[in-house]
Design a binder for this molecule. Structure first.
Ligand code: SF4
Ligand code: SF4
Length: 327
């Protein structure tokens, strides 16, 4: 949107790649060169009507950008302005903007968005959506990105005489930067989503995902702890950067999540730890084999006992028969 104070529509704001109410999506695939006829500005009759109630999931970069704008530590920002939620169609916990008692975004005023320069990605995208498409048989090749338009009756921005390409729209809204910053995290979420709800994460893994995605202050303390640095290879330069630079820390958090959730090699475990783990697995295997051998021996023993009992019974029966015949 080209308005100085941008707002967006009720109920349907979603992250690119997440669900949008299908009845409001125009059935047309758009590209970067497609034309968008839309403008949002303080003069539209619906101005700010769309800033609540609305479901706005926050990405790690959204959280970082807004709280830096407000000059708040992560914990205070999360407590005051967010509500925990699950990311759509996944078992991954995240946060969404907490609507006030009137169901409105805490940052909206009659004059518009008070955090406009650092508003969330979702608010920047509206009314454009982005989706990824994997053609059948194209596994391994990159997904095709395409755009679509969300057109809701209450949004009068579509009646404005202002046209631009999707590419121009993205530049105007600062979407390129948001997408670049969100990319790795979105990939983790989409990958997890592709597993479906049947695949469940352990509780510690969920807690770790939540911390690394929402509270970089806590994640920093975790990374700088002795046990983390004892386990993972982190070079001096990276370590110095993530001590000072939140964006570098956020990228590092995404690497850590990809590595711990999907076993990617984006973060290396120290050689001695790998050795320790291999030893542990070997030992577990040896213990299991020993237990299996003992169980087998016990079974053999039981079997022999049983055979003996059957033979003895047979013998007793024969003798009883012989005695009966003599009589
Ligand atoms: S962050 Fe700003 S644009 Fe987004 S819903 Fe709130 S007031 Fe509206
Ligand atoms: S034009 Fe659309 S995006 Fe802008 S304030 Fe109105 S409803 Fe919200």
């Amino acid at each position: 949107m080209s308005a100085t104070k941008k707002t967006a529509p009720a109920d349907t704001k979603t992250l690119p790649g997440f669900e949008t109410n299908p009845s409001h999506i125009l059935p047309q695939k758009l590209t970067l060169e497609s034309t968008l006829k839309f403008r949002c500005h303080p003069g539209v009759s619906c101005f700010t009507a769309c800033c609540g109630p609305v479901n706005i999931i926050l990405t790690p970069y959204d959280i970082l950008r807004i709280r830096r704008g407000l000059n708040l530590p992560a914990e205070e920002f999360l407590l005051r302005f967010t509500t925990p939620t699950y990311l759509e169609k996944t078992d991954l916990p995240g946060v969404k903007l907490h609507m006030d008692e009137n169901g409105r975004c805490p940052f909206v005023t009659p004059e518009g968005c008070t955090i406009y320069p650092y508003r969330p990605t979702t608010c920047r995208y509206y009314p454009v959506g982005m989706s990824y498409f994997h053609a059948a048989g194209s596994e391994g090749s990159g997904a095709e990105e395409f755009y679509f338009l969300v057109k809701e009756p209450h949004c009068k921005g579509h009646e404005e005489e202002h046209t631009q390409t999707i590419r121009e729209w993205r530049i105007d809204q600062g979407i390129d930067e948001s997408d670049e910053m969100n990319r790795d995290w979105m990939e983790i979420v989409m990958r997890r989503k592709s597993f479906g709800l049947q695949a469940t994460l352990s509780e510690p893994a969920k807690k770790m995902f939540f911390m690394a995605s929402t509270d970089l202050d806590k994640f920093r303390s975790f990374v700088l702890s002795a046990s983390f640095l004892d386990t993972y290879e982190v070079d001096e330069e990276t370590l110095a950067r993530i001590k000072e630079d939140d964006v570098a820390l956020m990228h590092f958090a995404n690497k850590y999540l990809a590595s711990s959730l999907f076993g990617t090699r984006t973060l290396k475990i120290k050689a001695e730890k790998v050795k320790e783990r291999a030893e542990r697995i070997k030992q577990d295997q040896a213990n299991a084999e020993k237990r299996a051998e003992e169980t087998y021996k016990e079974l053999l023993n039981d079997h022999e006992q049983l055979k003996k009992q059957v033979a003895e019974k047979k013998q007793r029966d024969l003798e009883r028969l012989k005695k009966a015949k003599k009589k």
